[in-house]
Design a protein around this ligand. Sequence first.
Ligand SMILES: Nc1ncnc2c1ncn2[C@@H]1O[C@H](COP(=O)(O)OP(=O)(O)O)[C@@H](O)[C@H]1O
Ligand SMILES: [Mg+2]
Length: 262
Amino acid sequence: MADDADSRRPIIEMRGVDKAFGPNVIFKGMDLTVYEGETLSILGESGSGKSICLKMMLALASPDRGSIKAYGREVGELDDAALLQLRRDVAYVFQDDALFDSMDVLHNVGYALYEHTTMSDDEIRERVIQCLLSVNLPERVVDQFPADLSGGMRKRVGLARAIALQPKVILFDDPTRGLDPQSITIIGRMLKRLHHELKTTSVLATHDLRTALHVSDRLAILDDNRFPYVGTIDELRALKDPEIEGFLYDPEEELWGNVMED
Ligand SMILES: Nc1ncnc2c1ncn2[C@@H]1O[C@H](COP(=O)(O)OP(=O)(O)O)[C@@H](O)[C@H]1O
Ligand SMILES: [Mg+2]
């Protein structure tokens, strides 16, 4: 499917990307484009390269071959200042919440605000509380420590941290991994609402089909070291390809066209 037949502005463009760890080939001739304003889900099995794909977008991992551009510039050629700016514009939400255990939620979420802005302590506290509320966490969480919180709450603190600097793009790495069904539903709804409120471009790496179908404008299926199928849910369904059906149709849940209620 012609993923580049789209007229929207490309934000991230990956072309002809190869990546291997020794004999372990992760990508071979991989192409992927992320367009402004969309929510794109990268769907793939565990260990297929979803996290590496997101990391390469921010030069947190480098390709062996190929081109990776963000906002039209090769990410591997950015100087330190430009890279810092890129990582402010494009937030990465780690798959494991990656919170600092020794810091309370205020300092975890406000970390970049303390480091990179001239905001006062009161202003930071206020912004942090706003971010917590927008990921459905109660205000009191601000003074708690990660160890006091459930897995689902820690995930949401990680999301709050990502939105604190008001990024243009958010890369969500497996946001529902390891969560119970109820937390998965909460995260799915929240991703959708955040997208509407903040008007960010979002990329989700996940093996959670239910959440992907719920939140995405387009899906990119990672298979055979590249993305052979990229498109809207309707476009992918129209292909009537047994392989895609295998990926996207879950007979137990009858997921085709039966997406979570908002
Ligand atoms: N730093 C690394 N060194 C060696 N192998 C790695 C490294 N990072 C990831 N891998 C391997 O690359 C593959 C893809 O990893 P990853 O992107 O984390 O998969 P996913 O996120 O889809 O579960 C896995 O086989 C993993 O073991
Ligand atoms: Mg991963």
